[in-house]
Design a protein around this ligand. Sequence first.
Ligand code: UGA
Length: 434
Amino acid sequence: MKIAVIGTGYVGLVQGTCLAESGNDVVCIDKLADKVEGLKQGKIPIYEPGLAELVHRNYRDGRLKFTTELAAGIADAEIVFIAVGTPQGDDGGADLSGVWAVGRQVAEALQSPKVIVIKSTVPVGTNAELTRRMKEVAKVPFDVANNPEFLKEGAAIEDFNKPDRIVIGVRRPEVAESLHELYAPFLRTDRPFLVMSPESAEMTKYVANCLLATKISFINEMANLCEAYKADVNDVRRGIGHDQRIGFHFLHPGVGYGGSCFPKDIRAVIHMAQTRGLESRMMLAVDEVNEAQKQVLVRKVTEHFKGDLAGKTIGVWGLAFKPRTDDIREAPALVLIDALLAQGAQVRVHDPEAIPNVRAIYGDKIVYCDRPYGAVEGADALVIATEWNEFRNPDFEIIKRLLHQPVVFDGRNVFDPERMVELGFTYHGVGRLV
Ligand code: UGA
């Protein structure tokens, strides 16, 4: 099929590339000339495992094209995906200016009937409003559909190729047929293609992220309680997870959720509720618990050093909001670094992918280390803020030798507390019994 994808951010680039990989002709469109030029030369603006190889191959074989020209780019397309950003606006709601601007350009450029699919996460009612706005401009008929994405950063290609489900929101069910044809190669036999109204599809995306974020804030609150009462949250997790209704997934306590989705989407839902005169008490609490959880490491480090961090050096492993990405948006590690610097500590950091992004924020205020052990050298404590696999089994003797004091704050519960104590470390986990 002939496909156009507008917006070469995380969602658009993965969408366009994976559709090209399955044999479609895809044009990816972005207004940023530098980005488009870079993509043509094989420069991938984000780190996502497996993406670079797919972009290179499909671009080389001519199935994937990049352009800044929206009108020409969509001319032949049967389906046009809109995958532009919907960042948090000043009022907490999603800022839709990108969606409206692109919708208008698409409407002006339409020469033949097409299906316009909103891939961006948008508040309920956006499909209807976009249809209304485009109808004022377009000279040919078109349909607007909603197709929320459920990709996880760091596993996006796999998630795209093996979706748990595809959700399509349409006003006329027949519009979903071309989308079914497009996604059929990816749907395993036991996975559904769900067709519903645009409003339900828009809502589905938010409800999924709200429930996932709720699980994290819930287990974080329980972990803090475990700590206060000398219970071990890992044992508790095992104790509850075998109940089929509860399960084990997405119940890992830590330093709070970050990233470009959960914080923004939870606040968008709070705003959506307020707009209808409602109050989302649950989401207000989820957000509040998460903001507090981002301070957990700060509190533990400050308490350990009795409030005196001036002149101390803290080594930090992991800066990205989660492993296998270079994304540092709303990353808990940044909250920690800010607090450490504000209290006069020196900070040495290591992350396998995110250092260039962190350097752009902190410049020479902190020390960047290529290797994990570099961040520990001469430090008074080691803090784990992101659970990259390469941190799971380090040489603890080296760490002990390099640290001034053998103190580890494990914000992701990567290490076994008993073993750490046996090895001679003062160990602080999240909700763990030491
Ligand atoms: C999330 C959803 O998982 C995707 O389904 C969704 O498509 C995406 O948002 C989106 O809306 O675009 P993502 O932000 O890539 O994906 O990352 P997650 O793997 O969900 O992790 C989010 C945050 O929660 C991370 O900071 C992670 O460290 C934290 N987390 C996750 C925990 O603290 N504990 C857990 O048990 C799981």
